[in-house]
Ligand binder design. Structure first.
Ligand SMILES: N=CN[C@@H](CCC(=O)O)C(=O)O
Ligand SMILES: [Zn+2]
Length: 415
């Protein structure tokens, strides 16, 4: 019989017949089945349940079977915020930071995003694709089964389009589910430093129409931050994108109280991301909305910023997701296992909350929860099988160990 059976699973994690976005206290509820089986046909989860029901539910079983004795099976990670396409790493800036320069100071010297933009504009589409493909392979082996990827290192019409075409090609060739976000408003190019409206016009008049025509993006993003794009500019750019059907997902409140959270909420953004710098008003606005707050703890870690106030956000009833922010400047790692353990260690999220935020709510933050983010009949078989572990809490606890034994994406083994 075709298909695949995973048997004797110590714990099948995040099993749901319904999969609403999780907010506040709901994040701590992680439904699991002990000693379970799971059946896959083609790329789809077709059944699961306790081992003792396997024989009565199924007279014939697939020849392809995995024994998961002592192991956990989880939905693969849904990483809803990355900048996976870039031309070069920036470890020289890392050294400058070790010597005392701040992120903002590096940006002001033409480093940071502008440095990545220069290199990206010099690279060919094929070079960028090959680099991004390798990164994607590494991440899928680390358990990522769905990922959002932003443009934003082009900052020119050809550069932004080149990035988005690379993302489109990744999407066509990979089994990983990929969502594309247009982030032309990542920073002002040098030649537009004193002419903000000129660059905004370029985005609205030259970039967006082509992106819409070629269907290169699902979302529009703006780096709403002091020294980058103001809340008013963010709104203008997002509204222009929305006219073409792109929903906003915004970089908000990373370095300052930028007004980005309230702007995102007012626009009905799918998510507002970062949230290192939050006050009561921003937390209240997010809690009272259907916008997801996406926390990026590895960016806070790498920049030595205060971590996102996850507990206050959860206590206020917010829906939060966790993502890697993989990029060469502020999070040169896309390892979601690290994101999950950092959210527990540094932000005091419970393991259950972290896993929900990195799977189901991550899927919601990419609007693919109907197909991904939980163990549910009919969803795509994107799974992590761990090595033998004593318990679920061991995953975030045992930081630095690779506890993944096997990853299955669209029903196919990737490691
Ligand atoms: N904050 C803005 N953008 C990225 C960093 C980009 C970079 O430094 O290259 C982020 O999400 O952290
Ligand atoms: Zn980012």
């Amino acid at each position: 019989m075709p298909g695949m059976l995973i048997a004797n699973i110590k714990q099948l994690v995040n099993v749901r017949a319904q999969w609403p976005v999780l907010r506040g206290k709901e994040l701590a509820e992680l439904p699991c089945i002990d000693n379970a089986y799971l059946l896959i046909e083609d790329d789809t989860i077709v059944d699961y349940g306790p081992m003792e029901q396997l024989a009565s539910n199924h007279s014939a079983l697939p020849a392809d079977s995995i024994d998961a004795t002592g192991k956990l099976v989880l939905p693969a990670w849904c990483d809803s915020h990355t900048h996976l396409v870039f031309a070069a790493s920036r470890e020289n800036e890392f050294i400058d930071k070790l010597k005392g320069l701040s992120y903002a100071e590096i940006a002001a010297r033409g480093g940071g995003i502008l440095n990545s933009a220069r290199k990206l504009n010099d690279a060919s589409e094929d070079e960028l694709f090959n680099l991004a493909w390798k990164r994607l392979q590494e991440l899928s082996a680390l358990g990522t089964g769905a990922i959002e990827i932003k443009s934003g290192y082009g900052l020119t019409v050809p550069g932004e389009l080149k990035m988005l075409r690379v993302i489109k090609k990744l999407r066509e060739r990979s089994n990983v589910t990929i969502k594309a976000t247009f982030l032309g408003a990542h920073t002002y190019p040098v030649e537009y430093k004193e002419n903000h409206q000129g660059y905004i016009d370029l985005i609205i008049q030259e970039m967006l129409p082509v992106i819409a025509r070629e269907q290169l993006a699902d979302y529009i993003d703006v780096f709403c931050e002091t020294g980058f794009f103001s809340a008013a500019e963010t709104e203008m750019i997002c509204r222009a994108g929305m006219q073409y059907g792109l929903k906003p997902k915004i970089h908000a409140n990373q370095l300052n109280l930028s007004g980005g959270v309230q702007t995102g909420v007012a626009l009905g953004a799918v998510s507002v991301d970062h949230l290192e710098t939050m006050d009561e008003a921003a937390i209240r606005a997010l809690a009272g909305s259907s916008t997801i707050g996406t926390l990026l703890p590895t960016a806070a870690f790498f920049l030595r910023m205060p971590f996102q106030p996850a507990r206050a956000l959860i206590d206020a009833g917010c829906a939060i997701a966790l993502a890697s922010d993989f990029n060469p400047g502020s999070s040169p790692s896309g390892n979601m296992n690290m994101v999950v353990n950092m959210s527990c260690i540094q932000m005091k999220m419970l393991p259950e909350e972290a896993i929900n935020a990195a799977t189901l709510n991550g899927a919601w933050a990419m609007e693919c929860a109907r197909e991904l983010g939980s163990i549910s009949t009919g969803k795509i078989a994107n799974l992590i099988i761990t090595k033998p572990v004593p318990s679920l809490a061991y995953l975030p606890y045992s930081f630095g160990s690779n506890l993944i034994e096997q990853v299955i994406i669209k029903g196919e083994r990737v490691v």
